[in-house]
Design a protein around this ligand. Structure first.
Ligand code: AMP
Length: 502
């Protein structure tokens, strides 16, 4: 889900100084990475959803929400902050009765104004109530929003999910399912969506299947979730992945599935495997942990350098470092100890704080590295903040040599499909080659896994340039879904005049 009001990044700052509209690719403002969860046919759907969202917390930590339906009434609880901050009290869960629920966790805008953007969104339609939330990012939401506003739609939030809500409201089809399809046929982008109606639960994955969505069962209940780790936490069985372009409806009659979109070749996001998904999840039939180890092994085969130890940048570099160390038969050591009680540096607002965050988060295990030639393994370099700080700490702690190996190709392009990346000019790899990045972060040598090496780790001979299996736009610039809003230029509009405090 993203902020549709300002796809191009021209943030509007009102007199009070609070950001109203912003851009998902601008690190100082809005991040959009999300987890979705849904349950149908269980007596405690809110508690199950809270647990599911706990398991999906890595997909978005700034806001969480749950909506249930009890047969007569919808009940909602939404808040800024992590799932545990909003859903650990029994009182809150008891205020969410019903047999079905959906829930969402996300990165959100900074400040209180974000509350009205917190999902699931809910609206009363001609056909009754509907709650909806999604993971992903629409690439024509600004365009659609302008059309809708011109025709009289009154937007309450700046999120692109609300564009879908208004498209459902203005559809002339006569049932909910067809209206949802009608709405989604007009949107471009990546989305894995769950919706709750008075009759059931709906799950949809965009035609390319860029973001994951899985179907599970817990006794007689049905579960939809972004990742399998959310099924594991509640003891649900994995049934199958929701297929790209598939719409699933679960109601009193059971489950039925439709493929309402023009078929296209699927392009799951490869970054889910590299960084985003939890390592204990299985995404589209492929284990994330195993994949990361295989990428590490590829990296070692491609660019090994003589050294004494392999050290992961925790936590995301760990599986790749295990694979790397095994392949080159070097000891794997925990040379960096991470403080687990500090948030991700990536979500801190200013450069100054981001630097401070890295220091707060990581400490070097000096005894393990003094006098040693070290190979550090991380999953990606975005701005280079993490690497620069860590390399500096290693030098300070007396490492003889510091080599950096990265288990993804250089990230030279922004993501427009739901992974928070900064604007292109802030990506080191957009304007520096590998040697320049090496110099910038201060290492003795630097190598990234090649794009073909990445595809080999995914079981392919190499990247098929004519028909790549994954969305790898952040590495190749090959965007499989048109970037309608971005291509329309840098457009900024003040769509909301309201600032709000919680
Ligand atoms: P940077 O410090 O800006 O170079 O960012 C690289 C670090 O951020 C790596 O350690 C990654 O694990 C992590 N990272 C990469 N992509 C993302 C993302 N979209 N959101 C949060 N963290 C990320």
């Amino acid at each position: 889900m993203t902020d549709a009001a300002n796809p191009a990044g021209n943030a509007h700052i009102p007199p009070g100084g609070i950001m109203l509209t912003s851009n998902p690719f601008d690190d100082d403002k809005l991040h959009e990475e999300c987890g979705v969860f849904g349950v149908y046919g269980h007596s405690d759907p809110a508690a199950l959803t809270a647990l599911g969202l706990h398991a999906l917390q890595h997909r978005g930590q700034q806001a969480a929400g749950i909506v249930t339906y009890d047969g007569e009434q919808f009940h909602a609880h939404r808040g800024l902050g992590q799932v545990g901050e909003n859903f650990s009290s029994r009182d809150v869960i008891q205020r969410l009765p019903g047999k079905a629920a959906i829930g969402h966790c996300r990165y959100a805008t900074t400040g209180e104004v974000a509350l009205r953007n917190v999902q699931p969104l809910f609206a009363d339609f001609e056909f009754g109530g509907l709650a909806i939330c999604h993971n992903g990012n629409l690439t024509n939401s600004y365009h659609l929003r302008r059309q809708l506003v011109r025709r009289g739609s009154l937007f309450q939030s700046t999120s692109d999910t609300e564009v879908i809500v208004h498209l459902i409201a203005t559809s002339l089809k006569d049932n909910v399912e067809d209206r949802v399809i009608d709405a989604l046929r007009q949107v471009e982008g990546a989305y894995s969506l769950v919706a709750l109606t008075q009759t059931g639960l709906i799950g949809v994955r965009d035609p390319l299947g860029v973001r994951p969505l899985v179907l599970g069962r817990l006794g007689d209940a049905w579960i939809l979730a972004s990742e399998t780790c959310a099924l594991d936490i509640i003891g649900a069985n994995f049934e199958r992945d929701v297929e790209p372009g598939e719409l699933i409806v679960i109601d009193a009659a059971g489950l039925h599935s439709r493929k309402p979109f023009e078929p296209v070749r699927k392009r799951l996001c490869v970054f889910e495997y590299i960084y985003f998904a939890r390592p204990d999840s299985v995404v589209d039939g492929i284990g994330v942990y195993e994949t990361r180890k295989r990428i590490g092994a590829e990296l070692a085969r491609e660019s090994h350098v003589s050294a004494d130890i392999v050290i992961p940048v925790p936590d995301s570099g760990v599986p790749a470092a295990i694979g790397y160390a095994a392949e080159c038969k070097l000891p794997f050591e925990l040379g960096i100890i991470r403080n687990h009680y500090v948030g991700r540096t990536f979500i801190e607002p200013t450069d100054q704080i981001r630097h401070l965050g890295v220091k707060l988060k990581h400490n070097v295990n000096k005894n393990e590295i003094k006098g040693k030639r070290v190979i550090l393994v991380d999953d990606s370099i975005v701005r280079g903040t993490t690497s620069t700080k860590i390399v500096e700490m290693f030098r300070h702690a007396g490492a003889a040599e510091v080599h950096m190996r990265i288990s993804s190709p250089p990230t030279g392009h922004s993501c427009f499909y739901g992974i928070a990346t900064p604007e292109r000019q802030d990506l080191l790899a957009s304007h520096m080659n590998v040697d320049e990045i090496a110099k910038f972060i201060g290492v003795d040598s630097l190598a990234f896994v090649s794009i073909d090496g990445l595809y080999r780790a995914m079981g392919e001979a190499k990247r098929d340039a004519m028909a790549p299996r994954f969305c790898d736009a952040c590495f190749t610039g090959d965007y499989p879904i048109p970037l309608i809003d971005r291509d329309a230029g840098k457009v900024s509009t003040q769509l909301s005049l309201l600032t709000e405090t919680a």
